[in-house]
Design a protein around this ligand. Structure first.
Ligand code: 5GP
Length: 193
């Protein structure tokens, strides 16, 4: 998505070869016009997938997923990150290792918010190792839903997430695919070295 790539180039800040800071437009300050267009693009890409529900992970997935759910006219469910196992029932959880925080959390869903037979579009801001998306897909399936698609705003293709999810059989669409980055530069898929 050209508009997104331009934004990343203009205000995204590679903190290292592995972490891109996007707090200028995605997860601290939010460019709502861009989010609306991202929502439209995901809705277009998954128009044939019979989506009945959008699921995302707090907090950075919320902005793009709200716009996607709005475009598809379906409910949105936000998976929570809990510090520890919740013992007093009513939720399902799976442990996820956070790439950015380098620690684990319990991804948490009240199963009543994903129905048996739901065709879910999972949306997240970044794909690195695929841990968060894999955990989220597990919870959706445990609740009785089908992961009909995974929409990622930014995939860092030099990390294994995209390949891993596709090899697991998921239909994954990424709006910006970064092949390589470092201080002051980003190279997207399809661009020459
Ligand atoms: P994964 O689980 O695929 O290893 O990492 C994906 C999660 O880590 C995303 O939900 C995202 O919030 C966070 N993440 C991974 N890489 C980056 C990055 O380069 N920048 C930011 N801001 N978040 C990232």
């Amino acid at each position: 998505m050209k508009q997104l790539e331009d934004k990343i180039r203009k205000v995204g800040r590679p903190l290292s070869e592995h972490v891109l800071l996007v707090d200028m437009f995605l997860n601290h300050q939010v460019d709502c016009t861009l989010m609306r267009d991202i929502g439209r693009e995901f809705a277009r890409l998954f128009a044939d997938a019979g989506i009945t529900r959008v699921v995302t992970i707090e907090a950075s997935g919320i902005a793009p997923s709200v716009m996607t759910a709005l475009e598809l006219n379906v409910p949105l469910v936000i998976l929570k990150k809990a510090r520890s196992v919740i013992l007093d029932g009513g939720v399902i959880q799976t442990e996820v290792f956070s790439f950015t925080k380098q620690s684990s959390y319990q991804l948490t869903l009240k199963p009543e918010f994903v129905h048996v037979g739901d065709r879910v579009l999972l949306i997240d801001d970044f794909l690195a190792n695929g841990e968060a998306a894999t955990g989220a897909a597990e919870l959706i399936k445990k609740a009785g839903g089908t992961v009909a698609g995974i929409g990622i705003v930014i995939s860092k293709n030099f990390q294994p997430g995209l390949k891993r999810l596709r090899e697991s059989g998921y239909r994954v669409e990424a709006l910006a695919e970064i092949e390589e980055m470092g201080e002051g530069y980003v190279r997207f898929a399809g661009e020459a070295k």
